[in-house]
Design a protein around this ligand. Structure first.
Ligand SMILES: Nc1ncnc2c1ncn2[C@@H]1O[C@H](COP(=O)(O)OP(=O)(O)OP(=O)(O)O)[C@@H](O)[C@H]1O
Length: 225
């Protein structure tokens, strides 16, 4: 589903290049769930952006659904993203001028995979049924996060990429949203890559990798930070 082969990435800074990823190998099978942990600044978001084709590696290869991202044009990468990925970031990126129902179905409509029955089920299971005509600003933070998850899962993406999907929520709401997210991902059959600082988020996933000094190690989930 997703493969990194010897991926290197550095950022240009006034002090010279800052190497962030130094030879990353990673493989995520269809339907598999993976937590990516590591200290602040270790390169987790960088890796997620490369996985989504929002940025490209300096060397090495990132393959998504069997396609090498560096070999595609930007429009072709955008198509592949639309057809393959669901994205959930800490900032929810909801469209303020669209109501809850239209926000939820936006990605699915863009991907040509709008399924009204599945959208209704998502609204129901995410506790948003009855709120379809509200606008994002009329929702609580937890409700907005659940809507962002619903929007990402509405097209049944082959891979869901999530950056601290419960980072802005209190612990109780975070647990609730995580449980829902995992149940929905299982039902959709999506693979899942979650960037998180939280061992509570990583614990229920199939595997956990830790990013450190630009490389990945398999991490024991218990006690990993
Ligand atoms: N556009 C950029 N230009 C220069 N340096 C950058 C850029 N983006 C990120 N960095 C640096 O690259 C390193 C990795 O950043 P990244 O955001 O990937 O880390 P992270 O593990 O996601 O951190 P956090 O857990 O704090 O979100 C950091 O040292 C950061 O300052």
């Amino acid at each position: 589903m997703l493969q990194f082969h010897q991926v290197h990435k550095a950022y240009a800074t006034p002090q010279g290049p800052l190497p962030v990823l130094r030879g990353i190998d990673l493989r995520l099978a269809p339907g598999e769930s993976l937590a990516l942990m590591g200290e602040s600044g270790s390169g987790k978001s960088t890796l997620l952006h490369l996985a989504a084709g929002l940025d490209l590696p300096d060397s090495g290869e990132v393959c998504l659904a069997g396609r090498s991202l560096s070999a595609l044009t930007e429009p072709a990468r955008a198509h592949l993203r639309r057809d393959t990925l669901g994205l959930v970031f800490q900032q929810f990126h909801l469209v303020p001028s669209l109501n809850v129902g239209d926000n939820l179905r936006l990605q699915a409509r863009l991907a040509g995979r709008d399924d009204p029955a599945w959208s209704s089920e998502l609204l129901e299971r995410l506790g948003l049924a009855g709120l379809e005509r509200r606008y994002p600003e009329q929702l609580s933070g937890g409700q907005q996060q659940r809507l962002a998850i619903g929007r990402a899962l509405a097209p049944r993406p082959a891979l869901l990429l999530a950056d601290e999907p419960t980072g802005n929520l209190d612990e109780e709401t975070a647990d609730e949203v995580l449980t829902l997210l995992l149940a929905l991902v299982r039902d959709t059959g999506s693979a899942l890559l979650v960037v998180t600082h939280s061992p509570r988020v990583a614990a229920p996933l199939d595997r956990c990798l830790r990013l450190s000094h630009g490389r990945v190690d398999d991490a024991a989930i218990t006690g990993a930070t």
